[in-house]
Design a protein around this ligand. Structure first.
Ligand code: HEM
Ligand SMILES: *[C@@H]1O[C@H](CO)[C@@H](O)[C@H](O)[C@H]1NC(C)=O
Ligand SMILES: *[C@@H]1O[C@H](CO)[C@@H](O)[C@H](O)[C@H]1NC(C)=O
Ligand SMILES: *[C@@H]1O[C@H](CO)[C@@H](O)[C@H](O)[C@H]1NC(C)=O
Ligand SMILES: CC(=O)N[C@H]1CO[C@H](CO)[C@@H](O)[C@@H]1O
Length: 552
C-alpha cells in the first residue's frame, strides 16, 4: 500500500521534475546571450495554460519574495499592461525562460527595426500562426519565397485606386450607423456596431458584396446554423484554441462547451468561404475575366491559373487551400484591428471633449455645409489630417498588436541593439517585437508620453503627419512585411470618423449623482481594461455607454 502511494507520488512528480530540468536548461541557454533572464513555469502558448491562467494567476499573485512578478509576464499580450516596466528593470531586451521555449522581448528601437527588416532571419512564429492556418497557409503565416508569392498575388487588390471603394463603403456604413446611434437614447453597442461596419467594408472592398448596415451579415444564410459574422467572431473570440478545437475529430462531442462552439464556428466559416469561392470561380468560368476588381477575384484568378496549369501565370498561383487561407487572413487581420482602433478613438474622444472640438473644427471646415459624400475620396481625404492624427495617436497608445510575434527558427541569430551591443540568440526562441514599449518610450515621445494627445502627430508648419525618424512607431509593423492593409485601414478610419463627427458630438453617459468628470473617468477605465486576444479588445464592451447628439 505504502509502496503504491510512493509510486503514484513519484509518477505525479516526474513531469514536474522534467519541467524543472528543462527550465534549468533553457535558463542556462538564455544566460549565455548576456541578456537579463526572468523565469516563467508556463509557456504562454500552452493551450492548457491559456484555459487555466485566469484561475491560477490570482493565486500566484500571493507568492512571496517578489515571485508574484511572474504574473505580469506569463501570458500572451502582457506587453499592453506592462508597457516599459520590465524593460526599465531588465533592459531594452530580456528573455523569459520557460520549460518549453524561451521568449526574447525586444523594446529597443534599433533591435526592433533590424528584426523587422531582416524578415528572412527572423521568421514568423509557428505557435502564433497555427490558429491562423486553420483554413490554409496564407500571406500572414508563410516565410521566404512562399511569402513573396502570396504578397505578389494579393498586392493587386491593395492599391491607391481601390481605396476609392473603401472610402465609399465606409461613408455609406458610417452614416447608416450614425442614424441608428442618434435614435438611441444611450448607445451600448458601439463595439459590436463598429465590428459590423468593418466587416461590411471588407465584404465590399475585399469581396465585392455591399450590404446595408442594418440588413447585414447577421442572419444565418440558408443551410447555415450561424451567420457569417457570428462564425467569424466566434473564431476570433477563442482564436488560440481554434486549431485544437477544429482538429479534435472524434473527441468533439465530449469537449467543453467553449471548444464545441469554436469548432462549430470553424465549420460554418469554412463553408461560407467555400461558397464564396465557388461563386467567384463560376463567374470566372462563365467568361468574366476582367482585370481583378477586388481581393476575392484576384485570389480566385490566381488559383484558377494553377488548376489550369496556365504556364504564364502558374509562377504566382495559389492552391485551393491557400486561397481559403488568404480570404481568412484578410478577414482576421482587417476586421478586429480597424474596428478596435475606431472603438478606442471614439471612446477617447468622449473622454476628451476638447480634442473632439478640435476634430470637428477640421471636419466642418472641409465639408462646410454639405455632408460627407461617398465619391469625395480624392478631394476630401488629403485634407482630413486631424482625423489621421487621431488614428495615429490611438494606435500609439492602444496598438491592436502590441507585440509582433517572430521566431529565430532553426539557426542562431545576432540581435543588434542601439547600445551597439550584439547578442547571439539561440535557435527555437520565440521573439516579440515590443512595439507597445517603443511607442510608450519617454525618451522619444517626451514626458507626456502617457497622455493621448493627437496634435503631437502634426507638423506645426506643414500640417502633415510626422513619421518618427527612427521607427518609434510600429503599429502597422515595418519593413518588407509591413501591414498591406495600412492605407485601407486609414481610409476606413478617416471616412468613418469624418461622417460621425461632422456636426455631431459624443459624450460619456452620466449616471445619476455623478459629475461629467466622473463619468469620463469611468469610461476611460473601461477602455483601459483591455487585453489581447488576437488583437487588443475591450474586456467589457457593453460598459462603453455613449450619447450622440447633433451640434448646431
Ligand atoms: C488599424 C488597422 C490595422 C493595424 C494596426 C494592422 C497591423 C498589422 C501588423 C502589426 C501586422 C504585422 C503582423 C505580423 O507580422 O505578425 C499586420 C499584417 C497584416 N495585415 Fe494589418 N493592420 C491593420 C489593418 C489591416 C487591414 C484593414 C487589412 C486587410 C484588409 C490588413 C491585412 C494584413 C495582412 C494580410 C497582414 C500580413 C502581412 C504579411 O505578413 O506580409 N491589416 N497588420
Ligand atoms: C528549451 O527547452 C526545450 C524543451 O526541452 C527545447 O526543445 C529547446 O530547444 C530549449 N531552448 C533553448 C534555447 O535551449
Ligand atoms: C541572416 O542569416 C544568415 C544565415 O544564418 C547569415 O549569414 C546572415 O548574416 C544573417 N543576416 C543578418 C542581418 O543577421
Ligand atoms: C527555417 O529556416 C530554414 C532554413 O533557413 C527554412 O528552410 C525553413 O523553412 C524555416 N522555417 C520556418 C518555419 O520559417
Ligand atoms: C474597383 C476597383 O477600382 N478595382 C481596381 C483595383 O485595382 C486593380 C489594379 O489596378 C484594378 O484593375 C481594379 O479595377
Amino acid at each position: 500500500m505504502l509502496l503504491l502511494l510512493k509510486l503514484s507520488f513519484v509518477l505525479a512528480l516526474a513531469p514536474a521534475l522534467l519541467s524543472c530540468y528543462r527550465l534549468a536548461q533553457n535558463y542556462s541557454a538564455a544566460r549565455k546571450t548576456g541578456l537579463s533572464v526572468v523565469i516563467s513555469p508556463f509557456n504562454p502558448f500552452n493551450p492548457l495554460w491559456i484555459l487555466t491562467r485566469p484561475y491560477i494567476n490570482p493565486l500566484l499573485s500571493y507568492l512571496p519574495f517578489g515571485l508574484s512578478e511572474i504574473t505580469q509576464y506569463n501570458y500572451l499580450g502582457f506587453t499592453w499592461r506592462d508597457q516599459n516596466r520590465l524593460h526599465a528593470r531588465y533592459g531594452k531586451a530580456y528573455i523569459i525562460a520557460t520549460p518549453d521555449e524561451n521568449h526574447l522581448v525586444v523594446g529597443d528601437v534599433v533591435g526592433c527595426d533590424k528584426i523587422l527588416k531582416h524578415y528572412r532571419n527572423w521568421s514568423k512564429n509557428n505557435r502564433f500562426n497555427d490558429p491562423l492556418n486553420t483554413f490554409g497557409c496564407n500571406l500572414g503565416t508563410v516565410d521566404g519565397e512562399e511569402w513573396q508569392k502570396h504578397r505578389k498575388v494579393t498586392a493587386v487588390a491593395f492599391n491607391e485606386r481601390n481605396n476609392t471603394l473603401v472610402w465609399q463603403e465606409s461613408v455609406k456604413q458610417a452614416k447608416q450607423m450614425l442614424s441608428t446611434w442618434l435614435s438611441a437614447d444611450i448607445v451600448e453597442t458601439t463595439v459590436d456596431d463598429l465590428n459590423l461596419l468593418a466587416l461590411h467594408v471588407l465584404a465590399s472592398a475585399g469581396f465585392g458584396t455591399s450590404y446595408d448596415f442594418d440588413s447585414p451579415l447577421t442572419m444565418p444564410a440558408s443551410e447555415h446554423t450561424m451567420s457569417y459574422r457570428d462564425a467569424l467572431t466566434g473564431i476570433m473570440k477563442n482564436i488560440f484554441i481554434t486549431y485544437f478545437a477544429a482538429n479534435a475529430g472524434l473527441l468533439t462531442p465530449v469537449l467543453p462547451k467553449t471548444l464545441r462552439a469554436t469548432a462549430e464556428a470553424v465549420d460554418e466559416f469554412r463553408s461560407y468561404l467555400l461558397e464564396m469561392i465557388k461563386h467567384e470561380q463560376a463567374a470566372y468560368r462563365e467568361g468574366d475575366r476582367a482585370e481583378a476588381a477586388n481581393l476575392m477575384s484576384s485570389l480566385v484568378r490566381a488559383s484558377q491559373a494553377e488548376t489550369q496549369s496556365d504556364k504564364a501565370n502558374s509562377r504566382h498561383s495559389l492552391t485551393a487551400s491557400e486561397l481559403a487561407g488568404n480570404l481568412y487572413i484578410y478577414n482576421v487581420a482587417g476586421f478586429d484591428t480597424t474596428a478596435g482602433t475606431l472603438a478606442y478613438a471614439i471612446g477617447l474622444l468622449a473622454v476628451n471633449p476638447t480634442w473632439q472640438t478640435w476634430l470637428r473644427e477640421e471636419i466642418n471646415t472641409v465639408a462646410a455645409e454639405d455632408e460627407i459624400k461617398g465619391d469625395q475620396y480624392q478631394d476630401i481625404w488629403p485634407r482630413l489630417k486631424r482625423c489621421l492624427a487621431i488614428m495615429h495617436e490611438t494606435l500609439r497608445v492602444y496598438a491592436p498588436l502590441n507585440a509582433i510575434p517572430k521566431h529565430t527558427n532553426s539557426t542562431y541569430q545576432d540581435l543588434h541593439l542601439s547600445t551597439e551591443a550584439t547578442h547571439t540568440i539561440p535557435p527555437n526562441t520565440a521573439v516579440w517585437v515590443n512595439n507597445a514599449a517603443v511607442q510608450m518610450d519617454e525618451a522619444h515621445w517626451g514626458s507626456d508620453v502617457l497622455e493621448w494627445r493627437p496634435d503631437r502627430w502634426l507638423d506645426k508648419s506643414t500640417g502633415d503627419i510626422i513619421q518618427p525618424a527612427n521607427k518609434e512607431f510600429l503599429a502597422w509593423s515595418a519593413g518588407p512585411r509591413v501591414c498591406p492593409g495600412k492605407k485601407f485601414s486609414q481610409v476606413e478610419f478617416v471616412a468613418t470618423l469624418a461622417c460621425l463627427f461632422h456636426k455631431h458630438r459624443v459624450a460619456a453617459e452620466v449616471r445619476k449623482g455623478e459629475t461629467g468628470t466622473e463619468a469620463r473617468k469611468r469610461l476611460l477605465e473601461v477602455l483601459r481594461d483591455s487585453d489581447m486576444r488576437l488583437a487588443m479588445r475591450i474586456n467589457r464592451p457593453e460598459k462603453v455607454r455613449l450619447k450622440w447628439e447633433k451640434v448646431m
